[in-house]
Design a protein around this ligand. Structure first.
Ligand code: ZN
Length: 658
């Protein structure tokens, strides 16, 4: 049951009508069965005196870009009611014209643009209006005989509105029907295939009516034996699928025209739903509510091999999106949800957060579909309405306003030795440019290094082949593929002359600095070949490659061999479009091994101050981890699009290298 979260002691802390509007909007937003990811909207009508002393009624309606769960007073847009009510009487108003009216009739210039449902809120003659796309309501209104069921549940307590796409036409339809049908008994309104409204003279009354209406619907589902979901069972997910996933991601990226992330969700309920016999029928209808339309397009089972996936995906894209090839960049229509009986639920998005939101919305949709199937059969919106929604001009305008996307949006980088020093700085530089990053490190702290959707920290030893393969598998399941590889992990044993250098230490240095990188290159190559913007590899080398030092035989030899490996890879992989370059840093002191004491000792050894020691190069400048990382990231970008096998020093200038 939807929980009534209203608390009088809490409520009194929110002053005035707008304060209470904020309070109860958050209560709605915090219940995911009512409101999901920015869905739903609320309003309050308040009388105010304007700058020239006139009293006017103002609609405070949720502004675009705000989420009900976290909304503040500043998230409500004040718009003149008198004008909104006149607009509602027009015969027609295009959606762009409507947005212009909303924008020019707001009384606070800095407020966000009001919700596209603002006129709809204005025409409902109540002080407080609450609107959600509650799961139980979209379940009922997308079921066979939905209208009759809604009538049976609510009688004349709600006005029922057949489906109309959100925008001006819906507001006008509501104004007409509400005036004709509402009475003293009316406490809400149901929009078929869309959601529900409640209203009242106080914030509390409107909120509690929403809870009551939603709970009556849930009670109906339970009474009809349609509430309990099928047992998901315990089917295991398919193993070793990283190439299939990367191939599918390449097809998704090609269809949308830019790199996309792809995440595999393989919980028992995901796998069970994706394996349903009737998947083609139930998954190929419209979404539960227009609010979700952009992200929920399931692709049915299409066989196991990558080529078949790519072909089916492209076919789907072609038939659903002929407009996408016009010069104006249209709202990207490619499916965001892919269902595969063995791989489970897959979500595509430009960011890791979008993939997570897509899964969240589709998991709700799976429950809605399954309950509707138990009730009387899932009947979502016809394709025509869907298409209108996707291409309606507001969405188009939003997209055109989008601006420049980050350099590596939709791309995936893997960094070794990512928990500290240059590796950590590389992670930060790549994240800052919009990449999703997989960080590998021996240090278990890597797992909790960043708490963000676009970072995956995996602890493990890169010299362990099985661990390496498992890490790639895990990374690809999370983000869909691999575009960039930063070979950074390495070890620098203390100074030891050749006369004292034993085989064990030599082998250990070679295993970490050379052999592990060979294995990682070999395992990554098939994934890099599938990178939508072509694969890139960046090797963190060393000044010791061109200018070795005494006492560092194993280190210098391993880095020189790695450098030669880089050059051969450039020759072998050029035909796949994969670029591989290396950086040769020197004297980077802001890393874990260089404590203040060690620095002081080394400086004293040369008769220098720490400052002089740090800037002991031609340019007299200190080279920091961040300097190396920024260059590494840029070398993976378009600036170096035509460069491979380059070796770039990042050492402040060294007379032995020059
Ligand atoms: Zn809505």
């Amino acid at each position: 049951m939807a929980e009534n979260r209203w608390n009088d002691d809490e409520a009194v802390r929110h002053a005035g009508d707008l304060g209470l509007r904020v309070y109860s909007s958050r209560l709605l937003g915090q219940d995911s069965a009512l409101v999901l990811h920015g869905g739903g909207n609320t309003s309050v009508k308040i009388r105010e005196t304007n700058r020239v002393g006139e009293e006017e009624e103002i609609l405070y309606v949720k502004g675009s870009g705000w989420d009900l769960a976290t909304i503040e007073a500043a998230g409500f847009t004040p718009i003149r009611m008198a004008h909104l009510l006149k607009l509602a009487k027009l015969d027609r108003l295009s959606d762009l014209e409507m947005v212009n009216e909303l924008k020019t009739q707001q009384t606070l210039a800095s407020a966000p643009t009001g919700s596209v449902e603002a006129i709809l809120h204005a025409v409902l003659p109540f002080k407080f209006v609450d609107h959600t796309h509650a799961d139980v309501i979209v379940t009922l209104t997308n079921t066979d005989g939905g209208l009759e069921r809604i009538r049976a549940i609510y009688g004349d307590a709600v006005v029922i509105i057949p489906y109309v796409m959100p925008g001006f036409d819906l507001a006008r339809r509501v104004a007409e029907r509400f005036a004709a049908e509402a009475g003293a008994q009316t406490i809400g309104m149901v929009l078929m295939n869309h959601g529900i409204f409640s209203f009242g003279d106080t914030a509390k009354a409107s909120y509690e009516r929403m809870i009551d209406l939603v709970n009556r619907a849930e009670g109906y589902l339970k009474a009809q034996g349609a509430w309990d979901l099928p047992e998901p069972g315990t089917r295991p997910a398919k193993e070793a699928s990283r190439l299939e996933l990367a191939g599918l991601r390449q097809a998704v990226s090609q269809a949308t025209g830019s790199p996309m992330l792809l995440r595999a969700w393989q919980g028992p309920a995901d796998l069970a739903f994706a394996a349903r016999d009737d998947l083609d029928r139930i998954s190929q209808q419209g979404p539960a509510t227009p609010d979700h339309v952009i992200r929920t397009k399931p692709l049915p089972q299409i066989g196991r091999d990558v080529a078949a996936y790519a072909a089916a995906y492209r076919a789907y894209f072609e038939t659903h999106a002929p407009q996408a090839r016009t010069p104006v960049r249209m709202l990207d229509p490619a499916p965001r949800v892919i269902l595969d009986p063995e791989l489970g639920l897959l979500t595509a998005g430009k960011t890791a957060k979008d993939c997570a939101i897509g899964a969240d919305i589709y998991r709700h949709t799976m429950e809605i579909i399954q309950r509707a199937e138990r009730l009387g059969g899932w009947r979502a919106l016809p394709e025509k309405d869907l298409f209108d929604m996707e291409y309606w001009e507001l969405e188009q305008a939003k997209l055109r306003k989008g601006g420049k996307s980050p350099l590596f949006q939709g791309e995936v980088a893997l960094v070794t030795g990512a928990a500290s020093g240059i590796g950590l700085a590389c992670v930060e530089s790549l994240l800052a440019r919009g990449a999703a990053v997989i960080g590998l490190d021996l240090n278990p702290a890597i797992e909790g290094l960043f708490h963000r959707a676009d970072f995956l920290g995996i602890p493990g030893d890169i010299t362990d082949r099985d661990a390496l393969r498992a890490a790639l598998e895990q990374g690809v399941r999370r983000f869909g593929g691999l575009d960039m590889l930063i070979l950074n992990a390495g070890m620098f044993p203390g100074g030891k002359r050749i006369a004292e250098l034993d085989d064990g230490l030599w082998r250990q240095v070679m295993a970490v600095n050379l052999d592990a990188n060979l294995a990682l290159l070999r395992e990554s190559h098939p994934l890099l070949r599938l990178a939508p913007n072509k694969g890139r590899v960046l090797v963190i080398g060393s000044k010791n490659v061109p200018a070795p030092g005494p006492g560092a035989a194993a280190y210098s030899a391993s880095k020189a061999a790695l450098n030669q490996l880089m050059r051969v890879a450039a020759l072998e992989w050029g035909a796949d479009g994969i670029r591989i370059n290396s950086l040769h840093p020197d004297a980077v002191f802001d890393t874990g091994i260089w404590t203040e004491e060690v620095l002081q000792a080394r400086a004293a050894h040369y008769g220098l101050t720490v400052e002089q020691y740090k800037t002991k190069n031609i340019l007299k400048t200190e080279v920091r981890s961040r300097d190396v990382a920024e260059l590494a990231a840029e070398m993976c970008g378009p600036l170096f699009a035509k460069t491979t096998a380059a070796q770039v020093p990042v050492d402040g200038g060294n007379d032995r290298v020059i």
